[in-house]
Every structure is written in structure tokens, then in C-alpha cells.
Design a binder for this molecule. Structure first.
Ligand code: NAD
Length: 481
């Protein structure tokens, strides 16, 4: 059984406690590796290394930092198959998804910021012949980066790459549920010759390792992606210490389908926005609102297609629905199906744990589930389920659907389907979300601001926004006479 190690000061180290946690293969429901059960002592070592590496890294020329990032990107590409298999095994997601989305995107993140930093510029403000102001953008210091399990390497690298590009050094913690590709990344960083201490990866539990990173006085900037409750807890520690914070949190995204949409495009994309990665993407549209005149047709087609989705072993090419990430997450999702029934919902398809034969019989599989007949305000339609479970609800007017769409505490992303350009723009304008997709879903340009409003988070990732976040602006005013 493989035993993972922390990556601290350029070396792969055992945790100080010498204790380990079980790491599960969710497709089989069994332990397949061990990860360091680190604590504040490991975090202290990592922060010390990052703190000592910061002065040199922060003044390392941009083009040299860029070369390191591009080298890491290229090593990720060279190891695509190995990393994709590892991601699929660790998370339960179909291998083809890891191969076409997760790992290519992790490489793209390093590539994007490896080149983006070369184009990053600061402002100057002239006061005619009196003075000139120029604004320096200086790296903040040691960045704490904490990420979740649903898109493990994809989201881990989405934080680490801009932090390193900006000149910060990093102490990072991947989810303890999916640590494997973060460990493989540490091997890649060693191969790339990244200077010691520039990136440190500490494995372990959130309340121990994550908490120790967030509360460490030598870590002035925290980038977190995960659940809203965890985000609130992190903010309660970091805010009184006046740390810079970026919080990318939960969602309950609306998918609004008007009768005048391009029906076939909408239907095939809605299959993905509902069930890709077993519905465990923060951007999935879990509340589907359909204009009444096409509701029955949509319902019939959507249910028919969903019943045909192949549930199975992640490594099998035919599999569309793999395992959800853990037993406890599976139980949580199934408890929401029960809640939906209690609230009067009708399960049109799915709703149960799915059985996959042979060695996968103990895996955590859930049938893709469609529920109708629920009011927009009930708990099932208000709380994040984060699994292959969607509700469908008819609407009559634009005004009505806007009320439904904007009714939750969340505001991450939304999708709108219509061929009426004026309506599309008006609806996009009025949706309370950080991201709106019109006639598409998960189409990503890495230059654009990414993040949510309300309880979906604070701040934006992506493009120059992330470089702004990992740098501190300093204005220098020079009198000319
Ligand atoms: P989580 O909040 O349980 O854990 C996220 C990370 O935080 C993990 O690494 C965990 O170990 C760590 N953590 C837990 N407790 C901590 C603490 N007290 N202090 C510091 N760190 C702590 O979330 P999860 O279950 O891993 O991920 C699912 C959630 O992430 C969903 O709510 C989903 O919507 C959200 N998510 C959001 C985005 C986005 O971009 N907005 C993207 C992906 C996932």
C-alpha cells in the first residue's frame, strides 16, 4: 500500500507524529493508500520553509518564475495518463473526465499563469507637472492555499499557480479525501527543480492542518475553496488578523430554460450540467426551471436520457457516472432524496444507491436522480446537495423564474437558455450570481473573473484578478518640483 508524504522545504517528509490516515478508493469502497495525519508541527515547518524562501523568490525575475511554472505545466502534460488514473482512483470520477478535463486544466493553470505574469502591469497616475504616482504590485508573502476534493488537482493548481507566479511562496493543503495528485505534484515540482521552500504541501485533516495554516501569523493571505460553513469558520479566524482572503464556496445554481431555446443543444448540455462528475461540480445546475409550454416534453426527454446514463467503474470507457467521493458523502446525498420525498417531491428516476458488480460492489454509486413537484422555497431546493440529484420545476413568466432563481443564500453560477438575445441579456443582468452562462455551460476563459456572490464567496479568482489578490498594491508618489 502506498504511503504519501508531505512536501516541505523541497523534500518528501513523514509527518512529525508518524501517524497516517486511510485513503479510500470510492469506486471499490476500500482503503488503498495512507496519507500523513499532519498537525500544527508540520505546518510550522512548512511555514518556516516558505517564509525563508520568500525573500529570494519574491525578487526572482518574472521570466525565471515563468520558466518554472511552464516546466511544471509540461511535466503535468507528460504525465497525463498517470495523473488522470490517480485522480480517477482517488475521487471516483470517470477516467475519461480526468483525462480530458481535470489534468489538462491543471497543466493549463500553470501554463496560463506562467505566461500571464509576463503581461501583468501596474498603473501610473500623473498629476501633470506636480507629481507622478506609480503603483507597485508586490507579492504579499506566504500564501495559504486550501482546496476541496471535487476537482482535486484542477482547483489545487488554480490557486498555487497564480500565487507562485505573483512571487508568493506557498503552504498548500489538498483535501484529505483526495490527496493523491497533490502528492504527485510534489514529485513533479522536485523534478522541475523548483527552489526549496517555494511550494510546500501538507496533508491531513482540515481542523488540524487547515486551521493551523489559517491561524499562522506568518501567512498573511488565504485562498480557500470548499464549503460555505468551512469558509465562514476560516473567515472568523482570518478576518480579525486582517488577512487577505479569497473564499470560493458552495452553490445551488439555477438552470433556466425558456421555450424559445435551441432545444437539442439545451438538452445535451443540461445532461452535463446536471450530472458531470456525479453532480459534484460547484457549477452544476441543480435547480432546473423550465418554461411550462415545453415542460412535459423536456421532462420526458430528460428522464429518458438520464435513465440511459451508464453507471460503472471509473476506468471503464463506457462509464458516464462514476462513484461519489466517499461513503459519508453518499449518505448525505441519499438523505436529501429522502428529504425531497418528505417535502412532497416525486422521484422521476434514480433516487437510490446503485450496485455495480464484482470488485466494485462496495463502491459508492448513486443513480442519477430527477425530482419534480417541489416548491422553490423548500429545503431540497435551497440547500446544496452536491451530487447527481436535480429538481425540475415549471414556470410561466420571466418575473416568476427570476424570483425562484435568486431565492437561495447562494450566488455562484447560473445558466440561461433562450434564442432571444434581449431576454438573455436582461436575465443575465438580473441574476444574483458571479457567473452566468448563456446557451452554454462550463465554457471557461481563464482570463475572466471567477467566483460567487452572497454565501458563495468573497473575491474572484482567474486572470489578473488572482495576480492582484496575491500582490499588495503600494502607491509611490514622487513630487516633480
Ligand atoms: P470542505 O469545506 O469540507 O473542505 C475544503 C477544504 O477545507 C479541505 O481541504 C478541508 O480539509 C479543509 N478544511 C476543513 N475544515 C477546515 C478548517 N476548520 N480550517 C481550514 N481548513 C479546513 O469542502 P469539501 O467537502 O472538500 O468540498 C465541497 C464544497 O466545496 C462544496 O460546498 C462545493 O460547492 C465547494 N466548492 C466550491 C467551488 C467554487 O469555486 N466556489 C469549487 C469547488 C467546490
Amino acid at each position: 500500500m502506498q504511503t504519501l508524504k508531505n512536501y516541505i522545504n523541497g523534500e518528501l517528509l513523514e509527518p512529525v507524529s508518524k501517524q497516517y490516515l486511510d485513503n479510500y478508493d470510492p469506486s471499490r469502497g476500500k482503503v488503498y493508500s495512507l496519507i500523513p495525519n499532519s498537525d500544527e508541527r508540520d505546518v510550522e515547518l512548512a511555514v518556516k520553509a516558505a517564509h525563508e524562501a520568500f525573500p529570494a523568490w519574491s525578487v526572482t525575475p518574472k521570466d525565471v518564475r515563468s520558466q518554472y511554472l511552464l516546466k511544471i505545466a509540461s511535466l503535468i502534460e507528460q504525465n497525463l495518463d498517470k495523473l488522470a488514473r490517480a485522480e480517477s482512483l482517488d475521487n471516483g470520477k470517470p477516467l475519461h473526465l480526468a483525462k480530458t478535463v481535470d489534468i489538462p486544466r491543471a497543466a493549463a493553470n500553470f501554463h496560463f499563469y506562467g505566461t500571464g505574469i509576463l503581461h501583468y502591469a501596474a498603473h501610473a497616475h500623473s498629476m501633470e507637472d506636480t507629481a507622478i504616482n506609480y503603483t507597485l504590485r508586490q507579492p504579499v508573502g506566504v500564501a495559504g492555499c486550501i482546496s476541496p476534493w471535487n476537482l482535486p488537482l484542477y482547483l489545487f493548481s488554480w490557486k498555487i499557480a497564480p500565487a507562485l507566479a505573483a512571487g508568493c511562496t506557498v503552504v498548500a493543503k489538498p483535501s484529505e479525501v483526495t490527496p493523491m495528485t497533490a502528492y504527485l505534484l510534489s514529485e513533479i515540482c522536485i523534478e522541475a527543480g523548483l527552489p526549496k521552500g517555494v511550494l510546500n504541501i501538507v496533508h491531513g485533516l482540515g481542523p488540524k492542518v487547515g486551521n493551523a495554516i489559517v491561524s499562522n501569523t506568518k501567512v498573511p493571505v488565504i485562498s480557500f475553496t470548499g464549503g460555505t460553513k468551512t469558509g465562514a469558520h476560516i473567515a472568523s479566524i482570518a478576518a480579525p488578523m486582517f488577512k487577505k482572503m479569497s473564499l470560493e464556496l458552495g452553490g445551488k445554481n439555477p438552470n433556466i430554460i425558456f421555450a424559445d431555446c435551441d432545444y437539442q443543444k439545451m438538452l445535451s448540455t443540461t445532461m452535463l450540467s446536471s450530472f458531470a462528475n456525479q453532480g459534484q461540480i460547484c457549477l452544476c445546475g441543480s435547480r432546473i426551471f423550465v418554461e411550462r409550454s415545453i415542460y412535459d416534453t423536456f421532462k420526458a426527454d430528460f428522464v429518458e436520457k438520464t435513465k440511459k446514463l451508464v453507471i460503472g467503474a471509473p476506468l471503464d470507457d463506457k462509464t458516464k457516472i462514476g462513484a461519489v467521493v466517499s461513503e459519508s458523502h453518499m449518505e448525505k446525498i441519499l438523505s436529501y432524496v429522502e428529504l425531497a420525498k418528505q417535502e412532497g417531491g416525486i422521484v422521476l428516476c434514480g433516487g437510490k444507491r446503485a450496485k455495480v458488480d464484482g470488485e466494485f460492489a462496495n463502491g459508492y454509486y448513486i443513480e442519477p436522480t430527477i425530482i419534480e413537484g417541489l416548491p422553490y422555497s423548500c429545503r431540497t431546493n435551497q440547500e446544496e446537495i452536491f451530487g447527481p440529484v436535480v429538481t425540475i420545476t415549471p414556470f410561466d413568466t420571466e418575473e416568476e423564474v427570476m424570483t425562484y432563481a435568486n431565492s437561495t443564500i447562494y450566488g455562484l453560477a447560473s445558466t440561461v437558455w433562450t434564442q432571444d438575445i434581449t431576454k438573455a441579456n436582461r436575465v443575465a443582468m438580473n441574476l444574483h450570481t458571479g457567473i452566468v452562462w448563456v446557451n452554454c455551460w462550463l465554457l471557461r476563459d481563464l482570463r475572466t473573473p471567477f467566483g460567487g456572490v452572497k454565501s458563495s464567496g468573497v473575491g474572484r479568482e482567474g486572470g489578473f484578478e488572482a495576480l492582484d489578490f496575491f500582490t499588495e498594491p503600494k502607491n509611490v508618489c514622487v513630487k516633480l518640483k
